[in-house]
Ligand binder design. Structure first.
Ligand code: CA
Length: 232
């Protein structure tokens, strides 16, 4: 599903994606696009941020709060500059974003990466429960200290991966390989950004993290116990 108000970009995308064998539906208005997504079936949505009626961030928010759509892969199409900061700053739960102007080839590679990640993610459906945190991959919900916290797909995947290997230290590169996958277009700094965001969402004191600890010079690890307990 492509939601983009610039007809030229829609045409370009539709052409490139059909050539790759994807079926493409498109809308030039936000509400219309959201309606088409709801009518489904939709495997992935490319959503422009600046739209005349309902903006891309709002569409994504509504998708994420919709029981049937919350796991829909979303890639934002953004203009340069400010919008990218907004996307990163707000983290509206998109799986990725591309900055205009982009090459169709790059976009197709990102779509494949997101879909592949999604397939892999679906294989890892174990509920993780330890002390005061519970991760449920089926709903992508984290319950921490009795509160339900909503994470983006990528945040959840990162947390779930680390929580599946408690106390193990992961270097940033390692996490990029395991969580973002081979087709990533991101740098180790991306890991720091996601860890920081996760801490803000799940830690009682984000500046003194209990779950997601920094191991200086090495990377990060997930723990649920105090260090004494973990030794036992
Ligand atoms: Ca636009």
């Amino acid at each position: 599903m492509v939601i983009e108000d610039e007809k030229d970009i829609v045409d370009l995308l539709a052409y490139a994606l059909r050539k790759e064998g994807y079926e493409v539906r498109s809308a030039t208005q936000g509400r219309e696009g959201l309606e088409l997504i709801r009518r489904g079936p939709t495997d992935l949505a490319l959503i422009d941020i600046m739209l005349p009626d309902l903006d891309g961030l709002e569409i994504c928010r509504r998708v994420r709060t919709d029981e049937n759509l919350r796991n829909l892969p979303v890639i934002f199409l953004t203009a340069r500059g400010e919008e990218v900061d907004r996307v990163i700053g707000l983290e509206m739960g998109a799986d990725d974003y591309v900055v205009k102007p982009f090459s169709p080839r790059e976009l197709v590679a990102r779509i494949k990466a997101v879909l592949r990640r999604r397939e892999r993610g679906e294989e890892r459906r174990d509920v993780i429960e330890a002390r005061d945190i519970r991760l449920d991959p089926r709903t992508q919900e984290v319950i921490v200290r009795g509160q339900t916290v909503m994470l983006s797909t990528l945040e959840f995947r990162l947390l779930h991966f680390m929580a599946s290997h408690p106390r193990r230290i992961f270097a940033r590169e390692n996490l990029l390989d395991q969580v973002w996958g081979r087709d990533r277009f991101v740098t180790p700094r991306t890991v720091d950004v996601h860890i920081r965001r996760l801490r803000e969402k799940i830690e009682a004191q984000p500046d003194k993290p209990r779950f997601l600890q920094t191991v200086r010079g090495s990377g990060y690890r997930f723990t649920v116990e105090s260090s004494e307990d973990a030794q036992a």
